[in-house]
Ligand binder design. Structure first.
Ligand code: F6P
Length: 464
């Protein structure tokens, strides 16, 4: 039984970039293993709120409920996306702390627990996902659920001193100890969580096994880096749509090198900072405007939240400024696209782009980085420029025995100079270096895929 706020209903499947990594990963996990995926339908309804809608599509059974309009506003737009999301992405300046939205968060977690309860069978493993549903395990325990229940956090977990700025932080974290197993994307987020448990709750931690014991209950916390659905993505890359997308981009970029970014339009993705870095590159290299074309695909996200409206405006302004200053009658340096594309099309775009720019200010993992690599031609691969603050950097930013970096070009996304320098380096990188960097990264992308992530987590959850 998989439970998450967002469920990939078939009509939304076309726009891969718009859904974030969670929906694609859970879809893959369920297709392979079977089970039921429970969550919010994405719809508001006061009359039908809480009624189960069960469907079977493409080998996956989904069970969804609508939420009342007030809870969509207070729980989803409010506590989840205006309090926890910014706080977990180190943006305390954007976080809002309202008791009203916190109450709605608890109410919705209770509603999820009551609605999913009749679907849980005795032997089921129950796997809860992401920051929307932190207290859900505790709410299920309160209703007598004795099954093994696990939790996976797709986002970063913030350092203790940041988390303590959340009113009632202790109440929230205590509920997590109702889970049997808690998974994080990286060792960094895991150690922040463990630090909190030791220092704020006074829990006893066995650092080798990840066992956290508090008030007579033991839970295990470990690191499980999520991967992509490698085989599915490769199969998408064989479709005619992929080839057509690749050709379309190559033909329209003519003799310029295409550089691509694909991100939900979210302030954590570092998009304005990225545009500043590109602006800096052109300022420092005005003679290269004809060599580089940047394509930013950014499907709008969480549009009812003010900080998302602001980031959209800022981005329009910044791309407009650079295009105004640097365009000529026959070239525009930045193509900024507010829509999502299918996986097949993204594969084609990634393969046509010789530089992939993945520069979030903070990110749990970032699967776009892995998809970019998975789409490359091994004989002529592109270069990945990756933020050192993405979880993916811990796997893809390899340093060799010689002390030199061999994987992605790691950058500090806050620094326009660092971005400009990495762009210049990527643009001029010889084939031999591109290949050796690609080879240093591709094995983990291929082998540590979403299937092995699911298998590892479920194996540990099932073990007593
Ligand atoms: O991966 C992080 C995440 O917040 C998921 O939980 C979520 O489904 C995805 O990004 C997209 O965001 P949303 O569901 O708010 O559209």
């Amino acid at each position: 039984m998989v439970i998450s706020n967002r469920v990939a209903v078939p009509k939304a499947r076309g726009a891969a970039g718009a859904q974030g990594g969670l929906a694609g990963a859970l879809n893959a996990a369920l297709k392979d293993r079977g089970g039921v995926w429970f969550g919010w339908s994405g719809q508001e309804s006061d009359e039908r709120a809480g009624n189960l809608d069960i469907r079977r599509n493409d080998g996956v059974t989904t069970a969804t409920i609508d939420l009342p309009a007030r809870d969509v506003d207070e729980y989803y737009n409010g506590y989840a996306n205006s309090t926890l999301w910014p706080l977990f992405h180190y943006r305390i300046d954007l976080a809002r702390f309202e008791t009203r939205t916190g109450a709605s968060y608890e109410r919705v977690n209770d509603r999820f627990a009551s609605s999913v309860l009749p679907l849980i069978e005795d032997e089921d493993l129950v796997w809860v996902h992401d920051y929307h549903l932190i207290p859900l395990g505790d709410r299920l325990r309160a209703r007598g659920v004795k099954n093994r229940i696990g939790f996976f956090l797709h986002t970063p977990w913030p350092p203790t001193r940041l988390l303590t700025s959340l009113p009632f932080h202790e109440r929230l974290v205590r509920t997590m100890l109702a889970y049997d197993l808690i998974g994080f994307q990286t060792g960094e987020w895991l150690s922040s969580f463990v630090h909190y448990c030791e220092n704020e709750l006074g829990a006893v931690v066995d650092h080798d096994s990840g066992r956290i014991t508090h008030e007579g209950r033991t839970t295990i916390a470990r690191e499980y880096p999520i991967g992509i659905d490698w085989h599915h993505f490769q199969a998408q890359g064989q479709l005619p749509e992929a080839k057509a997308a690749q050709e379309r981009l190559l033909a329209s970029s003519r003799d310029r090198t295409a550089m691509i970014g694909v991100d939900r339009l979210d302030y954590s993705k570092g998009l304005p900072e990225r545009i500043d870095g590109i602006g800096r590159y052109f300022d420092q290299n005005p003679d290269r405007t004809r060599d580089l074309l940047f394509i930013q695909i950014a499907p709008p996200s969480r549009e009812d939240v003010e900080s998302y409206q602001q980031i959209r405006e800022l981005l329009e302004q910044k791309t407009g400024q650079i295009n105004g200053a640097r365009s000529e009658v026959d070239i525009v340096p930045i193509r900024y696209v507010n829509r999502g594309y299918s996986h097949a099309e993204l594969f084609g775009f990634f393969r046509a782009a010789k530089i992939g720019l993945v520069t979030p200010l903070r990110d749990g993992m970032n699967l776009v980085a892995k998809e970019y690599l998975a789409a490359q031609d091994p004989d002529d691969p592109g270069v990945l420029i990756l933020s050192e603050f993405a979880g993916a950097a811990q796997q893809l930013g390899c340093t060799g025995a010689d002390g030199k970096d061999h994987g992605a070009l790691l950058v500090n996304p806050h620094s326009p100079d660092a971005l400009a320098m990495a762009i210049g380096k990527a643009l001029d990188m010889p084939l031999a270096e591109r290949k050796s960097r690609y080879e240093a990264m591709i094995k983990t992308v291929r082998e540590d895929d979403v299937q092995s992530w699911t298998a590892d987590f479920c194996r540990d959850l099932a073990a007593d």
